[in-house]
Design a protein around this ligand. Structure first.
Ligand SMILES: Nc1ncnc2c1ncn2[C@@H]1O[C@H](COP(=O)(O)OP(=O)(O)OP(=O)(O)O)[C@@H](O)[C@H]1O
Ligand SMILES: [Mg+2]
Length: 235
């Protein structure tokens, strides 16, 4: 499989008046097309920072990030915005839904951001929100809001879907449903899937598991066999 990302010596520093934080410390990594990657690591180890710089939400301080044959660290604001629009779906832990838009309108927002969107009604079926399309976010449960946020990212038909703790706020039943759905998306649409999680059992679903600590990648494991989202142990 072709590489979609190649990271060379990527570091991210945050400076404040009193301190300096090294959020990413000399990361080297290759991500293959259509891969399902799980990133694990303690709080503060740089997981979200890594997602943010891969998805073009933030810039690294140092290093190169090749996306196919382009170095995205060389992009100006317009090029970066086009890169995000054309290639990236992002599911935030806090959902980030627009509170005065309905479920359907929130999902349609994703379609507006894409040149090759998928059909909104098809996606609503996949995430099983048919009965809720006219509700506003405050009328939804956490699991339903998470599914709207996944649908909004997905309808863009992104090449890469990043999910930061997609099941962090969910109970076991809803969490497994969301995971199985993400797994199906990876299989069906061949979307490269990169998930950050605190649940170590989710690693068994992935092709590749990245363990981080103190801004470094400390281990990369490849699974020959993977389990279904419904067989994940809930911890
Ligand atoms: N905008 C910022 N300004 C300053 N420091 C930051 C900023 N964002 C993150 N950091 C610091 O960078 C480090 C890595 O943060 P990051 O959010 O990537 O961790 P994480 O692995 O996602 O943690 P968690 O599991 O708690 O979400 C932390 O020490 C954090 O305090
Ligand atoms: Mg985080």
């Amino acid at each position: 499989m072709k590489e979609i990302y190649t990271l060379s010596n990527v570091s991210k520093k945050y400076n404040s008046l009193t301190s300096e934080t090294i959020a990413l410390d000399n990361i080297n990594l290759e991500v293959k097309e259509h891969e399902f990657i799980v990133i694990l690591g303690p709080s503060g180890s740089g997981k979200s920072t890594l997602l943010n710089i891969l998805s073009g939400i933030d810039n690294p301080t140092k290093g190169k990030i090749r996306f196919y044959n382009q170095d995205i660290t060389k992009f100006n604001e317009n090029e970066l915005s086009k890169y995000r629009k054309d290639n990236i779906g992002f599911v935030f832990q806090s959902y980030n839904l627009i509170s005065n838009l309905t479920v359907k309108e929130n999902i349609e927002l994703g379609r507006e951001l894409s040149s090759e969107p998928l059909n909104v009604d098809d996606i609503i079926k996949i995430v099983e929100l048919e009965k809720h399309i006219n509700k506003f976010p405050y009328q939804l449960s956490g699991g339903q809001m998470q599914r709207v946020s996944i649908a909004r990212a997905l309808v863009k038909n992104p090449k890469v879907l990043f999910c930061d703790e997609p099941t962090g706020a969910l109970d076991e039943k809803t969490g497994k449903k969301v995971l199985t759905m993400l797994q199906n998306i990876n299989k069906e649409y061949r979307t490269t899937l990169i998930i950050v999680t605190h649940n170590p059992s989710i690693k068994n679903m992935a092709n590749t598991v990245i363990n981080m600590n103190s801004g470094k990648i400390i281990k990369i494991t490849h699974n020959i066999k993977t389990i279904s989202g419904s067989d994940v142990k809930w911890v």
